[in-house]
Design a protein around this ligand. Structure first.
Ligand SMILES: *[C@@H]1O[C@H](CO)[C@@H](O)[C@H](O)[C@H]1NC(C)=O
Ligand SMILES: *[C@@H]1O[C@H](CO)[C@@H](O)[C@H](O)[C@H]1NC(C)=O
Ligand SMILES: [Ca+2]
Ligand SMILES: [Ca+2]
Ligand SMILES: [Ca+2]
Length: 323
């Protein structure tokens, strides 16, 4: 265990140091992505099957994009990787569809399939039932059009060239901001989601829905909420509250953080006036813009939310030097 930890520290240190000198030298995006030198890109085989739209969204949330082969070489390299890691998958969804114009297959970045990898299976694309607009790549390297509503495994891709490293937070996401006093990184998400989807969004960035552990942290979250350009965000969502990582646990008959602590145990339990007030309709947690806690529905209201992340490197260093 200790050895694994030190290897991890070494990799983190290496990634931070090498990025310090301009161009990224280190080939690290996230520990769930595999770097393939041949195409100078990172890939993650997603084993939770999703529809085409959801797969595309999930890759974007991870700061990557839904994979499609740019050429024969990339198809070979990625299928070899798939054969080695998931030998039972007969195919994967790829980032090519004809959703915009029937029969005109384009990549998610707008290229014609003819400009990339245009190797259809026998009789494909056949638009069976007039309802096949999303493309799958079979293990034998051929393409087939299939229903967009079907769920399949998929691969997200990040090119090395597009990788930017946030040194302070030790993440590949530049919009996480480090707070020195708290030793944490935070991101205020300006795309309103319901509480459950907010959990998923933080998770996709290897972070978690923020949990308040002190009055200082509450003050800081109030500050970043005040500073976020919220007024620019149009649409239907609940103004005045941001989702946080706590919810009502019926088996405990009380509120718990997403790490399982009571709010008092976690370090902050200042509720807003008359809150919690929602009963069974509001069993998830949020914070009013003034920092006071509020119960909110888990699936109905969309709100802004804040993700939190520890900087493992800084924490390990301070542990090590006893700070
Ligand atoms: C992957 O495995 C399939 C089925 O065994 C095979 O047809 C295909 O050629 C393999 N692809 C590569 C690139 O190795
Ligand atoms: C919040 O902002 C106020 C005013 O800018 C500042 O004085 C205070 O130190 C900030 N608090 C935290 C915890 O960042
Ligand atoms: Ca078909
Ligand atoms: Ca916290
Ligand atoms: Ca409430």
């Amino acid at each position: 265990m200790a050895r694994v930890k030190y290897l991890f520290i070494y990799l983190l240190l290496q990634s931070v140091l090498e990025f310090t000198y301009g161009q990224p030298q280190v080939k690290f995006f996230r520990d769930d992505y595999k770097y393939l030198e041949n195409t100078r890109s990172f890939y993650k085989v997603h084993t939770i099957q999703r529809t085409w739209e959801n797969a595309k969204r999930r890759c974007a949330m991870e700061g990557a994009s839904l994979f499609y082969p740019e050429d024969q070489n990339e198809a070979d390299v990625v299928l070899t990787h798939l054969n080695e890691t998931q030998p039972s998958y007969p195919w994967i969804l790829i980032g090519i569809s004809s959703k915009l114009a029937k029969g005109v297959f384009k990549t998610i970045d707008g290229l014609s399939v003819r400009q990339v990898y245009n190797k259809w299976g026998p009789g494909e694309p056949n638009d069976a039932g007039g309802d096949e607009d999303c493309v799958i790549l079979r293990r034998d390297g051929t393409l087939n059009d299939d229903k967009c509503s079907k769920k399949h495994p998929f691969i997200c891709k990040k090119t090395l060239a597009s990788l930017k490293w946030n040194e302070q937070c030790n993440v590949p996401y530049m919009d996480y901001k480090y707070n020195e006093a708290l030793g944490r990184c935070y991101k205020f998400h300006l795309n309103p989601l319901n509480w459950k989807d907010a959990i998923d969004a933080c998770d996709s960035e290897h972070a978690y829905l923020a949990i308040i552990n002190s009055q200082n942290e509450a003050d800081y979250l109030v500050n970043i909420t005040a500073e976020a350009p919220k007024d620019k965000v149009k649409g239907l969502y609940l103004r005045g509250a941001v989702h946080l990582g706590f919810s009502y646990d019926p088996s405990e008959n009380g509120w718990r953080t997403n790490t399982g602590e009571t709010l008092d145990g976690a370090g902050y339990a200042v509720w807003g006036n008359n809150q919690p007030d929602g009963g069974e309709d509001e069993q998830c947690g949020s914070m009013f813009y003034n920092g006071h806690l509020n119960d909110i529905s888990c699936e109905v209201q969309k709100c802004f939310f804040i993700c939190e992340r520890e900087n493992e490197l800084l924490n390990i260093l301070s542990e090590r030097f006893g700070e």
